[in-house]
Unconditional design. Structure first.
Length: 326
């Protein structure tokens, strides 16, 4: 009898209830692949966008009428249970975490990934739940803060959306770099975000950071609630506005701000960077985990069977840190 595994499929773009549980034959790893039994996988805003097919221009890459790769999930953590005959980085029994990327299929019980992909050995200091989210908030915020801009000790930075997946990691990463961190969040999250290392909290339900006189070397708009144009006056003369949410307005701001020597706007799709580069960022993040300056934040953990509920919670726009299925 063929051995099978559980996964979730998206046949048509739409709401969370478009997700359908499926049972598929367990693949045999190719020569450079490892077969992973997944213990935990992330449920991210990017996963929600891929499920919904939004923004619509993303369908040029994801599939025009329906997802080209129809399985759900990208970030994962688990255990290697078989390896191809040319695999050298991993062995059976290794605990690993990483990112399925555009192959998708991480919200599942098993997956085959190439050893050259974004796959790392999981340290004991991280649980599978924590490791499964490392490639979302922590990796993206690291890339934005250390590569798109170069956050330095003594700089002043404001993180818009300090309680989310990217925001909760960004506060920790910027504080560890020695920056003076201000973060925005709602009233219920003020103590939580301060505890991550923000020196100052702006409760966005009471105050607009743009109405305050402070100026920042970096504005990291983790959820795209502002814009370069609207936030520019709060930047120092050479300050950077960085934002992971792609809009035409942001593309325009990036292009126009390149023409000036002053304030700049930046976007990047972190998951599209070369795997070697992202693995090296993950190495730095694991060092931070080791020395205690980074701890991935978990909001809710659902059983894999409740993926639809997990997507609904993720899409409230008010999760605290990360959502995981196990
Ligand atoms: N470019 C890339 O490579 C890349 C990679 C990964 C993700 N992304 C994108 O990054 C974005 C952020 O993802 P995420 O997972 O970090 O988001 P998220 O976790 O869903 O953000 C939720 C948080 O936003 C806060 N929030 C909501 N409205 C706010 C406001 N007006 N001001 C301040 N905070 C507010 C909420 O806090 P309260 O509950 O306190 O309101 C909540 O904690 C998504 O659009 C995602 O697609 C891009």
């Amino acid at each position: 009898m063929t051995a099978t595994f559980s996964a979730w499929s998206i046949e048509r773009y739409g709401a969370p209830d478009r997700l359908t549980p499926v049972t598929l034959p367990i693949p045999t790893p190719g020569p450079t692949e490892v077969l992973i039994r997944i213990h935990a996988s992330a449920v991210t805003r990017a996963d929600g966008m891929m499920r919904a097919g939004t923004p619509r221009f993303a369908r040029l890459f994801l599939g025009l009428r329906r997802p080209r790769q129809n399985l759900s999930g990208t970030g994962l953590s688990g255990e290697v249970i078989a390896v191809g005959d040319r695999v050298s980085r991993f062995a059976v029994g290794d605990a690993v975490f990483g990112e399925a990327g555009l192959k998708f299929g991480a919200n599942a019980s098993h997956i085959c990934l190439d050893e050259s992909s974004i796959l790392m050995k999981k340290p004991h200091t991280l649980s599978h739940e924590e490791a499964a989210v490392m490639c979302d908030g922590p990796l993206t915020s690291y890339h934005f803060l250390h590569k798109l801009t170069q956050v330095k000790a003594g700089q002043r930075i404001v993180i818009l959306g300090g309680a989310g997946s990217l925001g909760s990691a960004a506060v920790q990463i910027a504080a560890a770099a020695g920056a003076h961190v201000t973060a925005t969040c709602s009233t219920r999250n003020t103590f939580f975000v301060a505890g991550l290392g923000a020196e100052r909290i702006i409760d966005y339900t009471r105050e607009d950071f743009r109405a305050l006189p402070d100026r920042y070397d970096v504005i990291f708009d983790t959820i795209g609630v502002s814009s370069f144009g609207a936030a520019k006056a709060r930047l120092t003369d050479t300050g950077h506005y960085i934002c992971p949410v792609l809009t035409l307005r942001l593309v325009g701001a990036m292009l126009l701000s390149r023409l000036t020597s002053g304030r700049r706007a930046f976007f990047a799709a972190t998951g599209l960077q070369a795997p070697e580069k992202l693995r090296s960022h993950l190495d730095h993040l694991l060092t931070m985990v080791d020395v205690g300056t980074l701890c991935p934040v978990l909001d809710r953990v659902y059983p894999l069977a409740d993926l639809i509920e997990a997507h609904r919670h993720m899409e409230t726009g008010h999760k605290r840190g990360n959502v995981v299925v196990v």
